[in-house]
Design a protein around this ligand. Structure first.
Ligand SMILES: Cc1cc2nc3c(=O)[nH]c(=O)nc-3n(C[C@H](O)[C@H](O)[C@H](O)COP(=O)(O)O)c2cc1C
Length: 451
């Protein structure tokens, strides 16, 4: 199984209010960079596959109060995750780095160049979490009145990735960088090409300004859960992130997306599935429960509900609290994350006819597995048996949640042969997918290659 330390490059993260734990805010002690370097080194000590940097380019649920709640609890403070990667890559040897970049935020020419630079500086250790954004505020930060509907966003995303593939895969031939002292040719002009990419949104002449990197195209990750999102993932993603739902839902999601991937000409193993989830570890189940209660006591309820509204694309405060949660399925707006809504509904106890009030009173550890290291290892083993390839381990308390997992859970998983003891050689793609540093020929990005 693969393991990914999942966090934002901010100080208060998505776990509302937990910054009040004394250890969590980096500037309180020492330098901020030292804090992140230490976090990356801890992940590498635990033989994690990557540090996954989630991100957003807009905030706020549906109302000014929601926005105020997210400002108040600190979640809205987000630094730019890509900028952290060169430093962390320099301070680690094997760890991969996933950064999130929305199609809203950059022109693909600028983005492809930045991604190539990161792959270059890390020698093939970066992955791109391809997101179309889920908040109307994000759309308004980039000149749109509203977030376009999902189908349109994923059509846009396809144009966007095609433009990036053309630049990464189709502009420079392998041996173009000749550095021939005798002729004075630094780059061979016959081996670098314009791409002349054209789609309804973009026209890019090229050439790409950066030379081929170890992976050329960074490892491609995606987390859409709607039909359009899954379709996009099945065609393009090498790793799909899933919200942690019931076992049945996880198994069904994996089967459905894998089937779609095969129908689009890929092999079943060309797409891997990673569940996003949290853990609270204690030396015993009781101690873990106490820790979870402590997290709940410090949680900021208003911030958590504002974020929940945003996550599911439904204004929870505007609803009658007695509305059955099942009815939320019919209320989905253009925003929100389909997989998260489904997982939230699925996880509510069916017998109690759960309502919106129950959903809103769910704690911030609602998705977390809470228990002793052995209990956590048992749960992880069950996921493995369901066909899950990896886990994005949410770090509620930084660095404590990661250190606990690395020191107490990973050794048991290594003992059981579930977690690696040493890194395999190669780029992030080779480590994760085992098919080499580059995209395989059957991936749609390979269409843009020359010769
Ligand atoms: C586990 C998980 C992690 C995600 N991480 C991010 C993120 O960091 N930034 C972001 O803008 N969207 C993120 N998303 C949202 C998705 O990329 C996607 O935009 C959203 O789910 C809407 O598409 P959908 O309706 O197809 O699910 C995440 C979704 C899931 C399930």
């Amino acid at each position: 199984m693969t393991f990914h330390a999942f966090t934002n490059f901010g100080w208060a993260d998505a776990d509302h209010g937990l910054w009040r734990f004394p250890e969590i805010v980096p500037p309180r002690t020492g330098s901020e960079l030292d804090f992140w370097i230490e976090l990356a080194r801890t992940a590498e000590r635990g033989r994690f596959d990557s540090l996954f940097l989630a991100d957003a380019v807009g905030m706020g649920g549906f109302t000014d109060d929601d926005l105020r709640a997210e400002i108040h609890d600190g979640r809205m403070l987000l630094w730019d995750p890509a900028t952290l990667i060169p430093v962390l890559a320099h301070e680690t040897e094997h760890l991969g780095f996933v950064f999130t970049n929305s199609i809203l935020q950059d022109h693909p020419f600028t983005f492809a160049r930045r991604a190539s630079t990161l792959d270059h500086l890390s020698d093939g250790r970066v992955g791109w979490n391809i997101v179309t954004s889920y908040s109307p505020n994000a759309a308004r930060n980039f000149g749109l009145d509203e977030l376009p509907p999902r189908e349109e966003r994923y059509r846009w995303a396809q144009e966007y990735v095609d433009a990036a593939y053309a630049l990464w895969e189709g502009s420079w031939e392998e041996a173009a960088l000749v550095r021939d002292v005798a002729t004075g040719a630094f780059i061979d002009p016959d081996r670098v090409h314009t791409v002349d990419y054209s789609s309804p949104r973009y026209r890019i002449q090229g050439p790409h300004l950066t030379a081929p990197t170890r992976q050329r195209t960074p490892l491609l990750l995606q987390a859409g859960g709607s039909p359009a999102g899954r379709d996009f993932a099945a065609r393009n993603a090498e790793v799909q992130f899933l919200a942690s739902g019931t076992d049945e839902k996880i198994a069904a999601d994996i089967a459905a997306v894998r089937d779609l991937a095969v129908r689009s000409g890929r092999r079943p193993d060309d797409i891997r599935f990673v569940i996003s989830t949290g853990f609270v570890v204690g030396s015993t189940d009781e101690e873990a429960r106490r820790k979870a209660d402590e997290l709940e006591a410090k949680a900021d309820r208003e911030g958590a509900v504002a974020y929940m509204s945003q996550e599911i694309g439904i204004d929870l405060h505007a609803l009658d609290p007695d509305t059955p949660v099942e009815e939320l399925r019919g209320m989905v707006s253009t925003g929100g994350m389909s997989g998260v809504l489904e997982a939230m509904i699925e996880r509510m106890p069916k017998s109690a006819n759960p309502t919106v009030r129950d959903l809103m009173s769910n704690g911030i550890t609602r998705d977390a597995t809470v228990g002793s290291p052995e209990r956590l290892a048992d749960q992880i083993e069950r996921w493995l048996e369901l066909g899950v390839d990896g886990l994005a381990v949410g770090i509620a308390i930084r660095p404590g949640s990661l250190t606990d997992f690395v020191d107490h859970v990973i050794p048991i998983l290594q003992e059981r042969g579930i977690a690696q003891r040493e890194y395999a050689p190669g780029s992030f793609r080779q480590k994760m997918m085992g098919y080499g540093d580059r995209l395989p020929d059957r991936h749609p990005g390979a269409r843009y290659r020359r010769g």
